[in-house]
Design a protein around this ligand. Structure first.
Ligand code: ASP
Length: 436
């Protein structure tokens, strides 16, 4: 049995949904489709999910979301009409959703309706049964999957039947609708694949796999034929956006292979993600941008038991959850997403940290990026790190930090965001093209 997840671009309009049908019908093993909300039809288009979030913020501010909602409704009705489905039935569902948005059901409910309607329409088009994810997927407060989910899915799905399931959302144990983080339909696909013991989890998108570097920046970058679970998590963490980094967790123990495929070029092999990869050395390089850096210093800081934990707790209070850290004898450096705190919040936080922990220094600055080179056994090979640092030095790009050895599958190099594209190209050429 193959579980297929189709991303936003694969269900962006009726023409794309027709390709989805052809893909599903070309292999009888493909019996479960997990779908996203319609994504962008062109680069200047808007994702339905973004529009739904917009609607909710308008309602929260006491304003009407009439205009934005009309655009959403237009897109769904157009999809239904072009697929020759009952557009009236879709309009009725839209009216009900609009009513609930106005009643202030919140951001998660609003965002989830894109997947809900998308799956419902596609189920009608395919003649497959629709299952509401809220009935089977239980999400914990920290957005992880509650273990009862797998049993619930198994009990709900009958062998031999075909289903369409919306991605991205479920319910808390208290019965409140909750979404995963953005791009979370990948997680739903993984949950379903594990629950039914799928032989393969196909993840259909608009590129032919995961590339060694972002092909918009490095035009000649190649697709990676095979990656391990560990490598794909590392690569997603440093900004490669093809597969959600949390989607490995549900299937980690079951070892189900994942195939990243292109809905527009189904014949391309794509990238296989497997528990262990036989390759040694670098697989890909990526840069995560829009980061800020917090530096704290205090003489003999680590003599005080629990200091790091206490500082982190305070950071959380101010809405900052660091994604990378470095420790010195008397210093800690944390990188975090700049959007997490404004300048005034960071200033207030530094004041408080200094006072409460008698810090010698606490300062934040912006415009940072982390470049990650990911691969198998990077620690023993040693080559990619040296090659990358030499290439950055030769290109005149400043390095602000190096973290090698924390994981045997990655080397993380701090750079300034303004250098991100030049750094990606320089490192790609040095690591993957040095023999060409
Ligand atoms: N529609 C959601 C998003 O845009 C979830 C997903 O597509 O996976 O983030």
């Amino acid at each position: 049995m193959i579980v297929c997840k189709f991303g936003g671009s694969s269900v962006a309009d009726a023409a794309q949904i027709k390709k989805v049908k052809a893909i599903l019908e070309s292999d009888p093993e493909r019996t479960i489709a997990v779908v996203s909300a319609p994504g962008k039809r062109s680069s200047d288009d808007e994702k339905i999910t973004d529009m739904l979030y917009k609607c909710n913020s308008l309602v929260q501010k006491g304003q009407t979301c009439r205009l934005v909602f009309a655009e959403i409704a237009k897109r769904f009705v157009e999809i239904a009409r072009n697929l020759k489905l009952d557009a009236e039935a879709v309009s009725e569902k839209l009216d009900e959703i609009r009513y609930q948005l106005d009643a202030g059901k919140g951001a998660d409910f609003a965002a989830s309706r894109g997947e809900y309607l998308s799956a419902w329409i596609i189920s009608q088009y395919l003649g497959w049964e629709f299952i509401d994810s809220a009935d089977v997927i239980v999400i914990n407060q920290d957005s992880t999957v509650n273990d009862v989910t797998y049993q619930r899915v198994r009990e709900r799905l009958e062998p031999g039947k075909k289903y369409v399931i919306p991605g991205f959302y479920g319910e808390t144990e208290q019965g409140v609708l909750k979404t995963f983080t953005r791009g979370g339909s990948d997680i739903t696909g993984a949950i379903i694949a594990r629950s039914v013991g799928a032989s393969l989890y196909e993840n259909w998108t608009d590129v032919s796999g995961i590339y060694r570097a972002d092909p918009r920046v490095v035009k000649y970058a190649e697709a990676i034929p095979e990656l391990s679970y560990k490598e794909v998590r590392e690569l997603s963490d440093v900004g490669a956006s093809v597969f959600h980094e949390e989607a490995i967790a549900p299937i980690y123990a079951s070892g189900i292979p994942i195939n990243i495929k292109n809905t527009n070029r189904p014949e391309d092999p794509g990238t296989m993600i497997v528990p262990e990869s036989s390759r040694e050395g670098a697989a890909g390089v990526s840069v995560r941008t829009s980061l800020s850096r917090l530096q704290v210093r205090k003489l003999m800081m680590f003599k005080k038991h629990g200091m790091r934990h206490a500082l982190l707790t305070m950071l959380h209070v101010f809405g900052i959850r660091p994604c990378y850290s470095l420790y010195g004898i008397d210093t800690i450096v944390w990188f975090y997403e700049s959007r997490m705190a404004s300048d005034s919040v960071t200033a207030a936080m530094c004041e408080r940290l200094k006072k409460e922990f008698s810090l010698d220094e606490c300062k934040a600055d912006h415009g940072h990026a982390i470049l990650g080179i990911v691969g198998g056994n990077m620690d023993i090979e040693g080559g990619p790190c040296v090659k990358a640092l030499q290439a950055l030095c030769k290109a005149g790009i400043d390095v602000t930090s190096v973290n090698a050895g924390a994981s045997d599958a990655s080397v993380l190099i701090g750079i300034w965001e303004k250098d991100a594209k030049a750094a990606l190209k320089a490192v790609y050429d040095a690591v993957f093209r040095s023999d060409k």
